[in-house]
Ligand binder design. Structure first.
Ligand SMILES: *Cc1c(COP(=O)(O)O)cnc(C)c1O
Length: 388
């Protein structure tokens, strides 16, 4: 799934201010060569194994399989160091940043998961780290703010707009414009200008690489019939889809957050609303008013609460290579509580959206369904508690 001149069909590109050209061009010129080098792969793979804890298990869930009368496997990204898939990307990007000679890292974060994964990677390699976070999110996500600080990162409040993720991203981009030479911006999902979506997708593709091998070991089949993953920007989903995109067997199902419902105005179901535009440097679908103002998204899970979506997913949707569905706050909560009580696994509320989709379709008795469990639910206890 490679972009052509930075585009996936009509989506993607690099719509950036002139001040960022040198930085983005440098990345564009170097990233593939570095990622493909033996030296990089050796260091990346060994950290994924010994530091992150990969491969994560592909777990056959007997209880869910019985309930839904099919064969359900959970890809356990919740067991990664720092509790989610995000660390696959931050480790990859920091090794790349080191190789292009950067001294300093900036990042944006919403719920704080990407901020923690970035601060972790910076501590590991000894780089200075500043994380931009909406002032509202800083109040809502205190434990992750404390973690970032303990890890040695500076947390900088974004006080513009709605003081949430998109504002933090705007301020990180502004900071990057002011310090283009020594600073690398670690974007947390498959969003932003080319080459970010492609670069992040490659780092996360380890997820489907492992699924393929593990499924073969466990069942003799290399390709599942269905892969289900939640989508905020789309990085865990593309990671779980990557090696199955061009086969004729696997149906790819991306689950957006419907919030209170797609038509209620309190939603994050970007593709369902279907408006094209440019956000954070790339052309994609985004939530906007008639005159192009970004609409505030809503989801019960902070990690899905983003008004855009990666250009790869916009393309997978338009080309019908993936099925895009949505799940409400309430359905996600119920699925999260259900998994906790039937399997003893407390999922992140983001991942609970993918699980909830199991209620929506009847899969065949012989079919194999893989659900990507993108993260663990410890961070969501305050929300869960209101429903139990
Ligand atoms: C950040 C996050 C997401 C959403 O981001 P994607 O880029 O869409 O994967 C999903 N699940 C968890 C656990 C997260 O932390």
């Amino acid at each position: 799934m490679k972009p052509i001149n930075g585009f996936y069909g009509e989506f993607g590109g690099a719509f950036i201010p002139e001040m960022l050209y040198p930085n983005v061009r440098e990345l564009e010129k170097e990233y593939q060569y570095i990622i493909d080098s033996e030296d990089f792969q050796k260091e990346f793979r060994s950290l994924l194994r010994d530091y992150v804890g990969r491969p994560t298990p592909l777990y056959f869930s007997k209880n869910l399989s019985e309930k839904y009368q099919t064969n359900i496997y959970l890809k356990r990204e919740d067991l990664n160091h720092t509790g989610a898939h995000k660390i696959n990307n931050t480790i990859g990007q920091i090794l790349l940043a080191k190789r292009v000679g950067k001294k300093r890292i900036i990042a944006e974060t919403g719920a704080g998961q990407h901020g923690v994964a970035t601060a972790t990677a910076c501590a590991l390699v000894g780089m200075e780290c500043s994380v931009f976070m909406g002032a509202v999110d800083i109040d809502r996500q205190a434990p992750n703010v404390q973690r970032m600080k303990l890890l040695g990162a500076k947390v900088i409040p974004a006080t513009s707009g709605s003081q949430t993720l998109k504002d933090a991203t705007n301020e990180a981009i502004r900071e990057w414009i002011n310090n283009p030479l020594d600073t690398h911006y670690i974007i947390g999902s498959v969003v932003g200008p080319h080459p970010y979506p492609d670069m992040v997708a490659q780092f996360q593709s380890i997820i489907s690489e492992e699924i393929k091998n593990q499924l073969f070991d466990q069942t003799g089949k290399e390709a599942p019939d269905h892969v289900i993953a939640c989508v905020g920007g789309g990085s865990n989903a593309i990671g779980a889809f990557y090696h199955f995109i061009d086969n004729d067997i696997t149906q790819l199902i991306a689950v957006e957050a419907a919030g209170h419902g797609v038509q209620t105005g309190k939603t994050a179901a970007t593709i369902a609303l279907g408006k094209k535009g440019i956000i954070h440097g790339s052309q994609t679908f985004l939530m906007q008013t008639e005159d192009g103002q970004i609409v505030e998204p809503h989801s019960i899970s902070a990690g899905l609460d983003y008004p855009g979506i990666g250009p790869i997913h916009a393309y997978l949707s338009e080309s019908k290579k993936a099925k895009i569905v949505s799940i409400s706050d309430q359905e996600a909560i119920e699925a999260g509580i259900f998994l906790s009580r039937t399997e003893g696994i407390i999922p992140a509320l983001e991942s609970a959206h993918a699980l909830a989709y199991l209620e929506k379709e009847n899969f065949g008795k012989e079919e194999i369904v893989v659900v990507n469990l993108s993260g663990r639910g410890d961070k969501d206890m305050v929300t869960y508690e209101k429903y139990i």
